[in-house]
Design a protein around this ligand. Sequence first.
Ligand SMILES: *Cc1c(COP(=O)(O)O)cnc(C)c1O
Length: 388
Amino acid sequence: MSFDAHVREALAQLHGTGLLRIPRVLTSLQGPEALVDGRPVRLFCSNDYLGLAAHPKIREAASRALADSAYGSGASRHISGTTDLHNRAEAALADFVGMPAAVLFSTGYAANLGAVQALVGPGDVIFSDELNHASLIDGCRLSRARVHVYPHRNLGALEQLLHMHRSSGRAALVLTDAVFSMDGALAPLVELRALSERFGAGLLVDEAHALGVLGPHGRGLCAALGVRPDVLIGTLGKAFGAAGAFAAGPANTAALVKNRARSFVFSTSPPASQAAAALAAVELVRDGDPLREQLQHHAETLHEGLLALGYRLGPHASHILPVLVGDPEPTMRLSAALLEHGIFVHGIRPPTVPAGTSRLRLTPMASHMALHVQQALAAFASVRTLLG
Ligand SMILES: *Cc1c(COP(=O)(O)O)cnc(C)c1O
């Protein structure tokens, strides 16, 4: 088969199974009232949970840094790509999550890929929740450690796997999302911490969807539960309304990540303006209690409203509301019908979620008005018949 034919066949297969992805285009600011493909909509599929992405303080911090520094950072962090802003952002983020040190990455994908690969390797063993984010899964692959996947949040199964396989690895690391990105479930962090300690394993918690949203001052689920992980991953592209991510932990852990994470060492450092935006975002998140209350209120209203309309939601109540459909085609049809009613909620299909569990992933933002939430529920009421 020619290479071109191979590519065409792969695309045709995606198309035939309803899995071809074509991004819709936003021509407004990221916010509750957006222009999507030229049409005014209420945006209900953004991870900008606190509504900070378009905040003037973040944009001003980035522009100020841009005025004072180059746009491109020119080299990787270990060469000539480290500025005072990068170091200050790392210190502020470490302080925010109550850890001694943090390492800044360009994206959360790069942070997970790099942190896991830096901290365990061949001869070590990883225990990973089956619904962990793709970037953690890819970090496992890159690490070449032996990987044991445990059923979603299943402590009994994890304990059994630790019993059977912990001693076969030099070092062991348990990996979990804090709030699972596609079903909104919370990880049982207190129990995971106790189990990993009992078996002499480290615990890495990815706080991507918890940081800024849960815990005192938005410090995340670990802080909410009083759990101290060995490595905490935070992303800045979601509730922080910015971009980038960090891996936080004890000074030695951060030093090892800085030295060994391939996505850190072999990658041009993020622009200084990105670090400046992160610094501004930390302040806004820390002072964001009213935003968190608003988000929580919208999430509860949507949860109750959708249940009352007869929709099937996930078993967990959080700010991520999975509206379960099943197959990709009806999921995308429902999404398109909602868009006709001015509500933009994207469909989530395999491989992002397991086959047979395609869903709409509805996410409110603190910046939604009560009216937007009511408009969303009205649209869901109108398209209900599509599901039979
Ligand atoms: C989004 C996400 C990431 C990746 O972060 P980016 O900054 O978007 O690359 C990592 N982990 C989880 C759980 C996520 O949801």
